[in-house]
Design a protein around this ligand. Structure first.
Ligand SMILES: C[S@@+](CC[C@H](N)C(=O)[O-])C[C@H]1O[C@@H](n2cnc3c(N)ncnc32)[C@H](O)[C@@H]1O
Length: 224
């Protein structure tokens, strides 16, 4: 099944999603340009949805996050939302394994006017996270990369977030299959995402919830 190219908001009536988008106007011209240019550049259409991007900005603002980490940059769509949330006195480290994606993201950050607040680390998250550890503790970690990596990324967040810091993770519904046996390619995502959710919910390090977006946005506050 995978991610739909156009992501709605919530699991219910699509008319409610349309109302929310009309009312809250989550995607301005800068974000729309990133989505279009990323598609033209041949990037997969797997950026967060419009309302997801707004959630990221608003949550980042709400917790006054200033030091943030994103795992999975793609073309910079969610990175711009996070950078807007942390503001000009904040800093975002964003990690991307694919140099072509990182090039598109660099243009996105420049056009959004947030270049001074963002550093793109090109390489495997597992290695790049180690390289930024000394700059912690961080206020917010957003996980949106390879699903097999989610349990390890959660472990990193447990160790490098401050108490009161936030972990967010997209695709926490495992493309609609978190509760069942998944067909095809989605099957490989289910076990690590279940492990991630079980530890986030019951591991004792976070007080956590699921924001019921189309993809499932897991959110936890580090409590110890
Ligand atoms: C779902 S996309 C990220 C979307 C982005 N957060 C947004 O909403 O605009 C996942 C990205 O993670 C990258 N990725 C996959 N495995 C990775 C890894 N091990 N380390 C770093 N990046 C990885 C992919 O190349 C892809 O660009």
């Amino acid at each position: 099944m995978g991610s739909p190219p156009v992501k709605g908001f919530g699991q219910g009536d699509p008319a409610l999603a349309r109302w929310a988008e009309q009312t809250f106007a989550p995607e301005d011209a800068v974000l729309a340009e990133i989505r279009e240019r990323s598609a033209r550049a041949g990037l997969p259409t797997i950026a967060v949805g419009r309302m997801d991007g707004l959630h990221l900005e608003v949550i980042t603002r709400a917790v006054c996050a200033k030091k943030a980490v994103e795992i999975g940059t793609l073309g910079g769509y969610s990175g711009v939302c996070l950078a807007r949330g942390i503001g000009p006195d904040g800093f975002l480290h964003t990690i991307e394994i694919d140099p072509g994606h990182a090039e598109v993201a660099a243009v996105s950050f420049r056009r959004a006017g947030v270049t001074g607040q963002v550093r793109i680390h090109v390489g495997r998250a597992q290695e790049k996270l180690i390289a930024i550890e000394r700059e912690g503790p961080f206020d917010l970690v957003f996980i949106d990369a390879d699903k097999q990596g989610y349990p390890a990324y959660l472990t990193w967040a447990e160790e490098h977030l401050r108490v009161g810091g936030i972990v967010l993770a997209d695709n926490a519904f495992a493309f609609g299959h978190i509760h069942e046996t998944a067909p095809g390619a989605d099957a490989q995502a289910v076990a690590p995402l279940r492990e991630f959710a079980d530890r986030l919910a019951r591991g004792g390090r976070f007080r956590a919830t699921m924001i019921p977006t189309a993809e499932g946005l897991a959110m936890g506050v580090k409590v110890r």
